[in-house]
Design a protein around this ligand. Structure first.
Ligand code: NDP
Ligand code: DA3
Length: 326
């Protein structure tokens, strides 16, 4: 039977990850890679066509779902609403404070055009969000904590790279050990954002850029760094390439609560990621399958992971799932 035809928008870490994730799923095929750069400038790993993003309208009949792999800071707020008018889309929008407004914008674009747009897919937001929801729904009397890293946050790294004068950058998220210990010993501490994680950036400056100015732009950046203790290190392009090319990450969501007589009921979901982008891309690809099925069943408009029945993620039929893993 026919494969689900996927388009990639934006060929960065996520774009490359989606390309490899599609190759692991027999019911999906890569119909094209769309970029704002010149196709000739991109070295794409598969033999899929590389096309100009500004010509994507020509391909509305060749693509079932677009996976939007742009950055959340600047790309998705503009690309998401523009593309979800024409295509079913899945994206990893992760500026948490802005998710409600992004949802409204995506719904206003997708719904009137009969398109389905699943937003904020990945692990946080995404799988961690689902586990936070399970935790507070199942253990109403309790406390939820989320810890990330130590690892490379792609959203924060992208946000730093967008600053005027920055040539390259990575950002590591570091959990505060004493905070993790308090949570693990079940004392359900009150912790501010600043008490849970610190952030460390490694930045390569453009010629002539001012260190103090770039550092200030980073540490005061709303939604990304302003609520954290952040350190900024300036390094060479060589060092960035040699010492900061790996993108490991991970973390866990923990809900500790009480039920009737029992005082210490704990739910935990954790990730240990060799490659943050490749894992995130694998989540995006499973939700692209769901977007396709939802659209086929007439479910248009914006959705979050909270709205997606888990069975829709699997290539197996509902009957097979009942038989094999229920
Ligand atoms: N929800 C979640 O759990 C997660 C969400 N994310 C989100 O994914 C977003 C994308 O992350 P990531 O893929 O690492 O971002 P990248 O910086 O790798 O890519 C972002 C965009 O920049 C452009 N680009 C990439 N490489 C180059 C280059 N060498 N020269 C010029 N332009 C380039 C591409 O667009 P084009 O091809 O059009 O030029 C690409 O779509 C993050 O901002 C984050 O918000 C990431 C991980 C987890
Ligand atoms: N969206 C994050 C995924 C996780 C990692 C993270 C962080 O380190 O702050 N928050 O959420 C990413 O872009 O990597």
């Amino acid at each position: 039977d026919t494969k689900i035809r996927i388009g990639i928008v934006g060929y960065g870490n996520l774009g490359k990850g989606v390309e490899s994730a599609i190759a692991q799923n027999d019911d999906l095929e890569l119909a094209g890679v769309f970029s704002r750069r010149e196709p000739g400038d991109l070295k794409v790993n598969s033999n899929a066509p590389v096309l100009r993003l500004n010509e994507i309208e020509k391909h509305v009949d060749d693509i079932d779902v677009l996976i939007l792999c742009g950055g959340s800071k600047n790309d998705l707020p503009e690309q998401g609403p523009a593309l979800s008018k024409l295509f079913n889309t899945v994206d990893s929008f992760d500026t948490h404070a802005k998710i409600p407004e992004y949802f409204e914008a995506m719904d206003a674009s997708a719904r009137p055009n009969g398109k389905t747009a699943i937003i904020s897919v990945g692990w946080d937001p995404g799988l961690f969000s689902i586990n936070r929801l399970y935790g507070e729904s199942i253990l109403p009397e309790g406390a939820t904590y989320t810890f990330w890293g130590k690892g490379l946050s792609q959203g924060h790294s992208d946000a730093v790279r967008r600053i005027e004068g920055v040539k390259g950058a990575v950002q590591y998220t570091i959990p505060v050990e004493s905070a993790v210990d308090k949570v693990r010993n079940g004392s359900q501490p009150e912790l501010t954002t600043r008490e849970k994680h610190t952030r460390e950036c490694f930045v390569v400056l453009e010629e002539g850029a001012d260190e103090a100015e770039v550092e200030r732009a980073i540490v005061t950046m709303p939604d990304y760094f302003a609520d954290y203790d952040t350190t900024v290190n300036f390094i060479t392009e060589q060092q960035l390439k040699e010492e900061h090319s790996a993108m490991p990450h991970g973390g866990f969501v923990i809900r500790s609560g009480k039920t009737g007589e029992a005082n210490n009921q704990v739910m935990e979901f954790s990730l240990i990621l060799d490659s943050n982008p490749e894992f995130t891309s694998s989540v995006l690809v499973a939700y692209a399958r769901a977007a396709y099925r939802l659209n086929k069943s007439g479910e248009a408009g914006a959705k979050t992971v909270f709205d997606i029945a888990p069975g829709l993620l699997s290539p197996k039929s509902a009957a097979q799932l009942r038989k094999e893993i229920l």
